[in-house]
Structures are given as structure tokens and as C-alpha cells.
Ligand binder design. Structure first.
Ligand code: CTP
Length: 205
């Protein structure tokens, strides 16, 4: 298969030197890219900045912002058989980004944010027959219920739900659901093994 994977946390610039981001390490997305390559698939990895080593054999597209990730995804989505959206895409971006570095003064500074495009939802809406779209869900509570809502609303073929404890961790607990199967729980497993399991499941969808 041709598998398109996104990874890392996007950066949303306030001015040329400052940005809003999140604590994503990119580990899960990169583990998925390596597992897919090892299973013999062709991999395109759209990555926001991370400290991960680029997996050799993958086509790497480097982006920073949610908007850039969306542009890159639209370019490669048509050509893939499966999209796995492991990136931590910012839900909001500054309504305006200053052209030059913002100077400090003694007053409080109010930042106005505007929503970004939900890339995964766009992919679920535009997927062709036989194209597989896989998403993640990060939930603090009602994990299964909330993830099932995302599975349906984003028209996904699989969702991997986890909690904030997974961010940056080597091992994590995830729960996986496809529309027609029961929940599958992997308890405190390395991201390498989680990635192998996801790729194995994608092959059977
Ligand atoms: N996602 C995306 N584009 C966004 C935000 C999220 O493609 N602008 C994708 C993520 O890559 C992930 C999935 O949507 O695969 C779920 O992300 P999550 O943060 O759990 O949920 P949200 O849909 O952003 O909803 P909320 O933050 O309200 O829970």
C-alpha cells in the first residue's frame, strides 16, 4: 500500500520568532512510518518539527503549521491508499501573525485565535472508495464514547484513542476501534509495538 502518515505537533506563529505548539514528540507517527516501511509499504511522512530521526526509505515532507500540513496533505492524499493522521494538529492559530517581533510593554497582551481546518475530517469527507482513513483521539474522560463520536463524525475506518499520558512517553495504553469491531486495548505497550499492530490492522480493513 501507499501509506500517508502525519506526525509531530504543528507550530502556529504569533510573530516571526514565537509560536504556539503542543507537547507531541512525534514518536507515534515516526514509529508508524518505520513499521509501515518494514511491512513493505511505500511511505510518505508529512512531519511537523520533531527531534526524531527521519526513517530511511520514506518520502519526507517537512511542514510547520496546520495550514502547511493541510496543503501538503491535499497534495498527497489522492495518491495514497491509507492515511494515518498521527500529528497533533493545533485546533487554533493566531488570527493575525505579526510581521515583526512583538515588542513588550507593561500592559497585558491579548491573543485572538481562529480555528484551523480539521484535516482528518476533510480526509474522511473526501476519501475514495477503498481509501482507508485512520485517526487518533486524545481524551481525558469518556474515552470510548468521545472517540466513537470522532470515528463517526470524521467518517473514519479506524480510531486509536489514548490519554494525555501518551504524550512523549515511550510506552502507552491505547484503545483501537473500527466501525464493525469491538474495542481492542493494548496496555502499556511500546509505541513500536502499537505501530506494528496498527499497520497489521490497516492491512485487514
Ligand atoms: N486533527 C486534524 N486536524 C485538526 C485537529 C485534529 O486532522 N485541526 C486530527 C488529529 O491528527 C487526530 C484527530 O484529528 O488524528 C483527533 O484529534 P483530537 O485532538 O483528539 O480531537 P479534535 O478533533 O481536535 O477534538 P477535541 O480537541 O475537541 O477533542
Amino acid at each position: 500500500m501507499r501509506i500517508l502518515i502525519t506526525a509531530g505537533g504543528t507550530r502556529e506563529y504569533i510573530d516571526p520568532v514565537r509560536f504556539i505548539s503542543n507537547a507531541s514528540s512525534g514518536r507515534m507517527g515516526y514509529a508508524l512510518a518505520r513499521a509501515a516501511l518494514r511491512a513493505g509499504h511505500k511511505v510518505t511522512l508529512i512531519t511537523a518539527p520533531t527531534t526524531q530521526r527521519h526513517p530511511s526509505g520514506a518520502k519526507i515532507i517537512e511542514v510547520e503549521t496546520a495550514a502547511q500540513m493541510f496543503e501538503a496533505l491535499k497534495k498527497f492524499f489522492d495518491k495514497c491508499d491509507c492515511l494515518i493522521m498521527a500529528a497533533a494538529v493545533a485546533d487554533y492559530t493566531p488570527a493575525r501573525s505579526a510581521k515583526t517581533k512583538i515588542k513588550k510593554n507593561n500592559k497585558s497582551l491579548i491573543l485572538r485565535l481562529k480555528p484551523t481546518t480539521d484535516i482528518l475530517k476533510w480526509a474522511g469527507k473526501h476519501k475514495r472508495k477503498n481509501q482507508i482513513v485512520v485517526g487518533f483521539a486524545l481524551e481525558d474522560k469518556n474515552l470510548r464514547q468521545n472517540a466513537e463520536i470522532k470515528l463517526k463524525e470524521k467518517n473514519l475506518d479506524m480510531i486509536i484513542a489514548n490519554t494525555a499520558a501518551a504524550i512523549g512517553a515511550g510506552k502507552s495504553t491505547v484503545q483501537i476501534k473500527t466501525p464493525d469491531c469491538k474495542w481492542l486495548k493494548l496496555h502499556q505497550v511500546s509505541k513500536t509495538r502499537i505501530a506494528q499492530k496498527i499497520i497489521a490492522l490497516v492491512q485487514t480493513v
